[in-house]
Design a protein around this ligand. Structure first.
Ligand SMILES: CC(C)(COP(=O)(O)OP(=O)(O)OC[C@H]1O[C@@H](n2cnc3c(N)ncnc32)[C@H](O)[C@@H]1OP(=O)(O)O)[C@@H](O)C(=O)NCCC(=O)NCCS
Length: 129
């Protein structure tokens, strides 16, 4: 799902995330067991300030399930996980096309646009948990 939604033209390895931290992988399923959305979160300090934090990666919802609340449900579950783990900062490199989604859930933009190979234009975002 992560590859299909985010990196359809790249190799499987492009969506394998290297981290020594324990990662929480969340998934959303329809009642019939069909997978429709994913998100991953793990502890990773902020890349510029060095603050202890949690990084959101691989947030994606299948095209035919978007606009139904699935992404919001997953993102809320990510925030809940960070809160339960005692975290206070959640950050991500957000696709420019998804900035409004993250803003809707309390994230603010904190960087200029930068380009990620295979992923297009991004901006770093953060929210307090
Ligand atoms: C971005 C994405 C995860 C949103 O998931 P979704 O299931 O469509 O979102 P929801 O239906 O839960 O929407 C929740 C709220 O966010 C808003 N929203 C969703 N996508 C948005 C966007 N791209 N821009 C602005 N607002 C958006 C919705 O309008 C909704 O607002 P409301 O509650 O006030 O009505 C999904 O569109 C997606 O997977 N896109 C392609 C991959 C991608 O860009 N992933 C993010 C990588 S950083």
């Amino acid at each position: 799902m992560r590859r299909a939604v985010l990196r359809p033209y790249e190799a499987e390895e492009a969506v394998h995330y290297a981290t020594d931290a324990v990662a929480e992988h969340l998934a959303a399923y329809e009642a019939d067991g069909h997978l429709v959305g994913v998100a991953t979160v793990f502890a990773e300090e902020h890349p510029e300030t060095g603050e202890p934090g949690w990084r959101l990666r691989g947030m994606g919802v299948a095209a035919d399930a978007r606009g139904t609340g699935c992404g919001g449900w997953l993102l809320t579950a990510v925030v809940d996980h960070v809160a339960r783990s005692g975290g206070h900062l959640l950050w991500c490199n957000a696709r420019v096309s998804a900035l409004g989604f993250y803003q809707r859930y309390g994230f603010t933009v904190e960087s200029d646009v930068f380009f990620v190979v295979g992923g297009g234009e991004h901006r770093r975002m953060r929210r307090v948990v």
